[in-house]
Design a protein around this ligand. Structure first.
Ligand code: PEP
Ligand code: MN
Length: 339
């Protein structure tokens, strides 16, 4: 961290500031200039708050050299993390994974039926929402625990691990017991109490990017989970809000190389919520695999026009199967198998 002090900062104030940082076990290198005095802080600066330092009247400017995240930072963990989801490795050089399933669980029959289709198409995990974060309080809110039980039934019938969204801390035990990959949705990306709580879970976490979150905000949310004891975080880009109206959200594909550069965590892409339209799902999926995504999470429904949520962006099983076969070729061309 580089701290520039004001030109007219009195000697004793400069000394006080220096001693303050030294007392925090930081090495302080001072450069005395004609115009300004500059401090270079070396050590664990992640816990420093730039805005608090700026509050000192003798400080002109504060600049971070290293990122504010430590555990997620590739600098301190150069090798890729591989996250185990019920025996399926995600990340690193592991095969690309494709997760499929309905937006909402609508009952045991639907969950089992679609799980079988997902498996037959080549998907390796089943997604399904039982607790749904809906924009309108009048929209279907999910089947709740009954939906989780339906997913468990579908897992029993197909062997596919299950992915479902956790919305509140009071359901932690239910998810710890039943769900293989615990999704934190876009709307809860900065629900810090929830992040801390899943940090204590023993299940891997799928952390979606908030719809208006900068990449650093998102990585800091992963850092929350990791700092509370759970290193098994998979990031998921699901599109961000922009001025564009032709898609539901704007797919930010550049995050794939950026996340890989800045962190060691796996990243998967959700082409369903990022486009909002089944017609664009395949193109975005193939592009994501070509760009190095570790997986895809795609909404699949056998009767999209009757789906209880997100039918417009759900693929029919045949389309999902075709997409997987194309994605397999792209992955292989990029030197990676698809599971
Ligand atoms: C979902 O996966 O169905 C969902 C609600 O996703 P997001 O949090 O990305 O909107
Ligand atoms: Mn959905």
């Amino acid at each position: 961290m580089i701290i520039t002090l004001k030109k007219n900062a009195p000697e004793e104030e400069v000394k006080k500031i220096r001693e303050h940082f030294e007392s925090m076990n930081l090495r302080v290198n001072m450069i005395k200039g004609d115009e300004y005095n500059v401090f270079g802080l070396v050590g664990d600066t992640a816990r420093l708050d730039e805005r608090k330092i700026m509050a000192n009247q003798w400080v002109e400017n504060v600049q971070r050299v290293s990122a504010p995240y430590k555990l997620a930072n590739r600098m301190f963990h150069p090798e890729d993390s591989v996250v185990d989801v019920a025996g399926i490795p995600v990340g690193g050089k592991s095969p690309v994974v494709v997760i499929g399933g309905p937006c909402s669980v609508e009952g045991e029959d639907q969950a089992v039926r679609i799980a079988k289709e997902v498996k037959e198409a080549g998907g390796c995990m089943l997604r399904g929402g039982a607790y749904k974060p809906r924009t309108s309080p009048y929209s279907f809110q999910g089947l709740g625990y009954e939906g989780i039980v339906d997913l468990v039934r579908a897992r029993e019938k197909t062997g596919l691990p299950i992915v479902s969204e956790l919305m509140s801390v009071d359901k932690i035990d239910e998810f710890e017991e039943n769900v293989d990959l615990v999704q934190i949705g876009a709307r809860n990306m900065q629900n810090f109490d929830l992040l801390k709580a899943v940090g204590h879970m023993h299940k891997p976490i799928l952390l979606k990017r908030g719809m208006s979150a900068a990449i650093e905000d998102w990585i800091m949310s992963a850092e929350y989970i990791m700092a509370n004891g759970n290193p098994n975080v998979i990031l998921c880009e699901r599109g961000i809000r922009t001025f564009e109206k032709y898609t539901r959200n704007t797919m930010d594909l550049a995050v794939i190389p950026i996340i890989k550069e800045k962190t060691h965590l796996p990243i998967i892409i959700d082409p369903s919520h990022s486009t909002g339209n089944w017609k664009y799902v395949e193109a975005v999926s193939l592009a994501a695999v070509a760009a190095g995504a570790d997986g895809l999470i795609i909404e699949v429904h056998d009767h999209p026009d009757e789906a209880w949520s997100d039918g417009a962006q759900s693929l029919k099983p045949e389309k999902f199967a075709q997409l997987i076969e194309k994605a397999r070729k792209i992955a292989e061309a990029c030197g990676r198998p698809l599971r």
